[in-house]
Each structure stands twice: as C-alpha cells, then as structure tokens.
Design a protein around this ligand. Structure first.
Ligand SMILES: [Zn+2]
Length: 309
C-alpha cells in the first residue's frame, strides 16, 4: 500500500497509467486499498468487472454523503463474485474484479470525485484507489490480450424488469433511426468506440443489431435494451452509463478498452444465490460469444489450461 500511495501522489491519468501495471498484483492475488475500502482481485482474462455500489461498510469515521443518490445496488458484489466464479470454473483463469466495499452513503465511486466523496479526504483516497485499480486492471488486460472489456455491474429498481446496457448513450441518442445514428458519429464518444474503430460497419447494428450484447441476452430469454427487440428505452427510466464507464472506456485516451454499464433488475437475476448462479452462466455465455465474434478472442477451457502455461 505504501507503493500505491506514492503512485497516487502523481498527477494525471497518464502518470496513473504508466504506474498502473506496477501496482497490479499477480493473477489470482488480491490487493486492498487503505482500510480495505477497495478490493482488487487480479485476473488474467480480458474481462474487468467493477462494482461501485455493492459495498456494505459504513465506518463512523466517514461522514454520510449529503448530495446525490445514496442507496446501494443490493447483491451486486455477490453477483460479480458469482460471475467471476463461473468464468473461473469454465476457463481455469480469472476475470479482473474491482469492488468498493464502502456503502454508497459513504462513497459513490461512479461519480466524479467531488460528488463521489463530497470533500472528505479519506473518501477521496478510496475513490483514487478504486480508479487506480481499474486502470491497472484494464492496462494489464490490454497488454496481455490487445484489448480489455470493462463490465461496470449495477442493479436498478426501475419498473420494467429488463437489463439496461449503458454505452454512455442516452434515450434521445438511442431513439434515432439506425441511419441517423450511424451518421451522427456518436459511436466515437461511446464505450464501444475502439471496437467500432476496428470493425467499422453500422454503429447502430453493433450496439443493438444481431449479435449485440442486447441481442445475446434477449436470445436467452432476458429482456435487454438496446437490443433488436427494444432498440431504445423510450420514455421509460434508463441508465445510460456514468463516470466509470465513461472515464475508463469512452475517452479518446482509452484505446484498447471497451465496455458497458450493465444494470440488472433484482428479482430472478440477483436476489438469491441460485438466481445469481443461473444469471452468471448466462453472462458467461453472452460474453463468450460476443468476444469470439467481435474480438476473435476465445476463452481458454479449464481442462486445457495447464498445457498452455
Ligand atoms: Zn449503481
């Protein structure tokens, strides 16, 4: 942790990126930030899963946040661990997992630092450590595989039980026709900017056409937006994707990093251990197909990994 603190004294994202690899522990190791408010389980697969709102710690030494949303996303850390476990079983390897253990009433790492920590120095430190771990994870994955895919995992309480896929595109932007969306150039400001730059073609089709993440979830019986069936959220509440996915995947500097903010509804997906395990298998199937089709990446299989090591 001494080393991590030194890194955080440097300013700017670039310094962070340069040092990020140095703070990344070996795959399978677990690193913690100060007071164990933040956890990083280092992996060796191209997937990075983050959970900003699944924390339960409410230390008295940290003041309660007074502005913004303070309710947590119930069971999302447990869901992330179920997904990580499913990939470990299938592949014999690990996804990267970065979690905030602080309750959202103490820190919201999915906001810029002012709203996130509301001026408290210890909360600001946890925020910096959380994002430094994500930078370390995406840099390690990109160095190893040529790309990283960031899944920022959340839970919503919206009336419609559908998975909301946030590419940092809002309802108005998604509400356009495919032709208008393609002509808008908005994909270059989304979390699939690097993938689209590699593949070309219709940006709208990449987001919501056949083989899109929404399509792959829908094909497994789970409503998702955007998808071929539901290309835009319409008038209904929808989370377009916030700070984490924007900062780590949608900026011009985040080359080789793509991602999505995955907002899950609770009942049937994350409310019980059984449902989390079932949904974890769906997530593993979806990303196995998506990464194969879009990145020509195939996950290792558990019984063949020793031969490759
Ligand atoms: Zn959330």
């Amino acid at each position: 942790m001494i080393f991590l603190r030194r890194v955080l004294l440097l300013s700017g994202a670039q310094a962070l990126a340069v040092w990020a690899m140095a703070i990344a522990p070996d795959p399978g190791a677990i690193a913690f930030g100060t007071e164990k408010y933040v956890e990083y389980d280092a992996g060796d697969l191209p997937l990075v899963i983050t959970t900003p709102h699944g924390g339960r710690l409410r230390p008295e030494s940290l003041p309660n946040r007074v502005d913004g949303v303070t309710g947590s996303d119930l069971d999302t850390l447990e869901l992330a661990r179920a997904i990580a476990g499913e990939f470990a079983t299938r592949t014999g390897h690990r996804v990267h997992l970065v979690a905030s253990h602080l309750h959202r009433s103490k820190l919201d790492p999915n906001r810029e630092i002012t709203e996130a920590a509301q001026g408290n120095a210890a909360a600001e430190r946890a925020w910096r450590e959380y994002h430094a771990f994500i930078t370390a994870a995406t840099a390690a994955a990109a160095a190893q595989h040529g790309f990283a895919f960031l899944i920022d995992l959340h839970g919503h309480g919206h009336p419609i039980p559908r998975i909301e896929l946030g590419y940092t595109l809002n309802e108005d932007q998604l509400g356009q026709s495919d032709a208008a969306f393609d002509a808008s150039g908005l994909i270059a400001r989304s979390t699939l900017r690097d993938l689209h730059a590699r593949l070309g073609g219709s940006a709208a089709q990449l987001l919501r056409g056949p083989g899109s993440l929404g399509d792959l979830f829908a094909a497994r019986g789970l409503r998702a937006v955007p998808s071929p069936e539901e290309p835009a959220p319409g008038e209904n509440p929808f989370f377009a994707g916030a700070y984490t996915i924007k900062f780590h995947a949608a900026e011009p500097t985040t080359t080789k990093v793509d991602g999505v903010q995955v907002e899950t509804y609770r009942q049937g997906l994350r409310d019980t251990a059984e449902n989390r395990a079932r949904f974890a298998t769906v997530v593993a199937e979806v990303f196995t197909i998506f990464l194969h089709e879009r990145y020509q990446y195939d996950f290792p299989t558990a019984n063949s990994t020793t031969a490759n090591k």
